[in-house]
Each structure stands twice: as structure tokens, then as C-alpha cells.
Write a protein that binds this ligand. Structure first.
Ligand SMILES: Cc1cc2nc3c(=O)[nH]c(=O)nc-3n(C[C@H](O)[C@H](O)[C@H](O)COP(=O)(O)OP(=O)(O)OC[C@H]3O[C@@H](n4cnc5c(N)ncnc54)[C@H](O)[C@@H]3O)c2cc1C
Length: 455
């Protein structure tokens, strides 16, 4: 049997595509492993389970299964994360979207740019997300309140930094996770989900042949006219490299991250019950750009900190008592500092990083930011930071970029793989984020745009 349109993966990139595509009243088949896929506790990548946030480590079986079923080996200094099961990483994300989407789509044609921006507005309205976004004479306004601590920084004019609020992926009723989103569709007649993991694709007599394994590791084959890849940058890149028989290493773009903790002089209120960060502080310079986000402590963060710094265990009670004085931040670096590589050999995929001075660059930013907070008399002079490894930012993108140059490993503006018009890619693989440091909003907007032009 040959299926018409098959989409791989059920993260937010795929769901954003499906959401729009269903309006065409067409049928869609999805291949995505279910929550109980291949449960098997032995992992060849045990180091990947260290340093993970508390809410993710609970799902270690899904992490093991991701690496095992995708046959990926990762070196010790790389800390990439993948989660197998409906929703993937999109169930665990930090819920903040960078409203700076324009800078990273400037190179596209004016039509594509306009369509992405329109789709971005549609997503904001559809999910009633919190935050503001403006483009030309169009504006989305759903402001949220922040404590005076953040307001002081928001009002301040810095020479080299820009302070703004991000868009938060919350509406009044719920968070924007793949799990919650999926529930809207899962029973729709137009959708069929195959509980399979895709291993590779190839052409056989003009049919796209999708080789999969089921939950018992048995091989299953599906034929399709058109395939859309939304299984996250790492797996999409792996399958496409295999398909194109590319044996060279390919750089996975990401945003190297340092987690920092500061201690506020006064208690900070969480006015919106949000756990995502509430302030973004961005470098004005586009050379070595970075972003620092800020949020207050909560019990989940305290739990994660204790897991990372075990000596704090006896102080858990005190930390929770003072959680509203704790300020946590992520410093996310420019993707030009990316230090993750993927290489596919016949039987295995390798992901690795190389020697680099990234930690030093990140710590310098931490120190200069602490100086600013002290100058503003907002924090005590002590702080701490933690580098979780390359890939511990969990943002992976830019391996198969949209390009006009018809490079082998690229897609056109419709997101069709160069030379293969029936293979589409809609996840982070096709976007190369430079200014934007929180990719999901733009990834979703682009996937929605592709659904509109997809025939
Ligand atoms: C803790 C955390 C915090 C984050 N915070 C933010 C943030 O604040 N802002 C932001 O923009 N981004 C954030 N991210 C990154 C963001 O979550 C990802 O960029 C995004 O979810 C990727 O979506 P996706 O649809 O491309 O992939 P995923 O959500 O990973 O979905 C991939 C799908 O493919 C399936 N799959 C995997 N392998 C196969 C296979 N072989 N065959 C078939 N299906 C397969 C998976 O089961 C899953 O359904 C964060 C990530 C984490 C983990």
C-alpha cells in the first residue's frame, strides 16, 4: 500500500504543520513512536543522563530509547538530548519564544518572509500566548506583569544591551506543549498514527520507501508519495545524510549555554505564576551575540540545582525558603560557537564535540552581568554558574538550511530537499538561528507556512 502524505514525528514542528494542513480536509498519516516504545533500560549513552533538569530525568527510559532506536552514539563532552515518544522534546521545553524572528529570515524572498510573519501572528492569536509582537503596522498585544526587580532592568537604558520581555507559550488555560496540542487531533478521523521508529528512507521504483522498526524491533516498511520530516534536527539530519550518502561530518548549530544563579536583595514575586523566564537581555552587538534570560526560583529549579550540586542537599529546606530571592539565568551564545558534529557511518551515527574555549567565553559574560546587577544594587556580590556540556542547551538546528544555492544538503524556500521535491523538511534543521535564541516560535511559524503551500 502506498500512502499519500506521511509526516514523521509529533513534536511542535509537525503539529504546527498538521494543524494547518487539516484545514484542507485531507488525510494525513503520521509515523511517530508511542510513549511505550521499546522500553529497554540499558543505554550506551549513560553520560547523557547526567546534568538533566529534574522534570526530564524522570523520563530516562524515553531518552535511552531515543538513542537506542535511532542508533546514535555520543561522545563524553556532548550532552545532547532526545526523547522518543509522542511529543518528543516539545513536551519539556522552557516555553519562551524569542520575538526577534525578523533578523533570521531577512535572507528569504519577501513573499516567504511575509508568509512566515503571518503564520507567526496566527500562532500567537490561536494559542493566546503571552507577550507582544510588532511588525510594520500589525501588532499582537497580550502583555504580562513582571515584578519591580525585572521592571527596574526593563526601564534602564544600557549602552551595549537591550532588555525586553520574551513571548511566553502560555495562555490563560494551558501551556503550549505537544502533549496538550496532540489531544486535539489524536482522535480525528483524518489522522492515523503508526507506532513506529523510522530507520531510513530510499527510493524504490519511484516510491519513497520508509524503513521502520516496531516496538518489538521488527522491521516494517511503508511506501509514500510524499514525506515530511519533523522528527527533530538530529534524527532528520541523520536520515537525510544516510539517504544522500553523505559521509562527511556536518555541524549541528546550537546555542552553547551557561546556567547562572544570583541572590536578590529583595523578595521577587511571580506575578503571573509563570515558571518560564520573564526577561531577556540581549547584546546589541551582532558580533558574538548572546542573550541572558532571567527567572525567579521555584521548587522545580531548586530540585534541579540540588541534583547538580549535591553538597547543597542539607540546605534544601533553606533554599526553598529563599527561593523568591534566587534568580536563575541562562546565557545563550551565538550559534557561530556551535560545537556539535554529526557523522553517519554505515551502521551507526556519531555525535561529538571538539576542544573549545566556550566555557571561558560564557563565564566572562556571567561576570560582566553580575557587575551590572551589583551596580544596580539588585543582588548580593556572590553568584554561581554551571556549564552542562555541549548540546545541553537543547536547541539543535541549521543542518539542512533553506538556501538558494542548491547545495546538496539544503532545501528550497518551500522546504523541499534539493533535488527531491517529494521530500520536505519542516523542523529546526532548515533554519539557521543567529539573532533569535529561542527557536520554537519561528520553527512553528515556518512549518505552518509550509502546510499552506504544500500540495
Ligand atoms: C528542557 C528544555 C527547554 C527548552 N526550552 C526552550 C525554550 O524555552 N524555547 C525554545 O524555543 N526552545 C526550547 N527548547 C528546545 C525545543 O524544545 C525544541 O527545539 C523543539 O521542541 C523541537 O521540536 P521538534 O518538533 O523539531 O522536535 P521534537 O519535539 O523533539 O519532536 C521529535 C519527534 O520525532 C519523534 N522521533 C524521534 N525519532 C524518530 C524516528 N526515528 N522515527 C519517527 N519519529 C521519531 C519523537 O518521538 C518526537 O515525536 C527546550 C528544550 C528542552 C529539552
Amino acid at each position: 500500500m502506498e500512502l499519500q502524505t506521511v509526516i514523521i514525528g509529533t513534536g511542535l514542528s509537525s503539529l504546527s504543520f498538521i494543524d494547518k494542513y487539516l484545514e484542507k480536509n485531507k488525510k494525513i498519516d503520521i509515523i511517530s513512536p508511542d510513549k511505550d516504545f521499546l522500553y529497554d533500560s540499558n543505554s550506551a549513552n549513560i553520560h547523557l543522563l547526567q546534568n538533566l533538569p529534574y522534570h526530564i530525568i524522570k523520563n530516562k527510559n524515553k531518552i535511552n530509547n531515543y538513542f537506542e532506536s535511532n542508533n546514535i552514539a555520543v561522545n563524553k563532552s556532548s550532552k545532547i538530548l532526545g526523547i522518543l515518544g509522542l511529543g518528543g522534546l516539545s513536551n519539556y521545553w522552557g516555553m519562551q519564544i524569542d520575538n526577534n524572528i525578523i533578523d533570521d529570515i531577512k535572507y528569504l524572498s519577501s513573499k516567504t518572509r511575509k508568509d512566515i510573519i503571518d503564520s507567526f501572528f496566527e500562532i500567537l492569536r490561536k494559542f493566546k500566548l503571552k507577550g507582544n509582537f510588532k511588525f510594520k503596522n500589525k501588532e499582537y498585544l497580550n502583555n504580562y506583569k513582571v515584578d519591580a526587580f525585572f521592571n527596574k532592568l526593563l526601564k534602564k537604558k544600557f549602552n551595549d544591551l537591550l532588555v525586553s520581555k520574551p513571548i511566553l507559550a502560555y495562555s490563560k488555560k494551558q501551556k503550549l506543549t505537544a502533549d496538550l496540542y496532540l489531544r486535539r487531533y489524536i482522535n480525528k478521523k483524518k489522522i492515523k498514527i503508526y507506532n513506529l521508529s523510522v530507520q531510513e528512507i530510499f527510493y524504490n521504483k519511484n516510491k519513497i520507501t520508509i524503513k521502520c522498526v516496531d516496538a518489538n524491533k521488527k522491521e516494517k516498511v511503508i511506501f509514500a508519495k510524499k514525506v515530511i520530516f519533523g522528527c527533530g534536527t538530529i534524527v532528520t539530519t541523520k536520515i537525510i545524510l544516510k539517504f544522500l550518502k553523505i559521509k562527511n561530518e556536518v555541524k549541528i548549530k546550537h546555542h552553547p549555554r551557561l546556567v547562572s544563579a544570583f541572590f536578590s536583595k529583595r523578595k521577587i514575586q511571580n506575578l503571573e505564576k509563570l515558571q518560564a523566564s520573564q526577561l531577556n537581555i540581549r547584546s546589541k552587538s551582532k558580533v558574538n551575540s548572546f542573550i541572558i534570560d532571567l527567572r525567579t526560583g521555584n521548587e522545580t529549579i531548586v530540585e534541579s540545582v540540588i541534583r547538580l550540586k549535591k553538597f547543597l542537599m542539607p540546605f534544601k529546606f533553606i533554599l526553598n525558603l529563599f527561593k523568591n530571592h534566587l534568580i536563575f539565568s541562562n546565557i545563550l551564545l551565538d550559534s557561530k560557537f556551535s560545537n556539535l558534529f554529526i557523522k553517519v557511518s554505515k551502521n551507526k551515527t556519531y555525535i561529538y564535540s571538539k576542544k573549545s574555549n566556550l566555557e571561558e567565553i560564557l563565564r566572562k559574560i556571567h561576570i560582566s552581568f553580575l557587575r551590572i546587577l551589583k551596580q544596580e544594587n539588585l543582588v548580593f556580590p556572590f553568584s554561581n554558574n554551571f556549564f552542562g556540556g555541549y548540546g545541553n542547551d537543547f536547541h539543535y538546528f541549521g543542518t539542512i538550511p533553506i538556501s538558494k544555492n542548491k547545495k546538496k544538503l539544503s532545501v528550497n524556500e518551500n522546504c523541499q530537499l534539493n533535488g527531491y521535491p517529494n521530500i520536505y523538511i519542516i523542523d529546526g534543521s532548515v533554519l539557521d538561528f543567529k539573532e533569535n535564541k529561542y527557536p520554537v516560535g519561528l520553527v512553528m511559524a515556518n512549518a505552518r507556512r509550509v502546510a499552506k503551500i504544500f500540495k
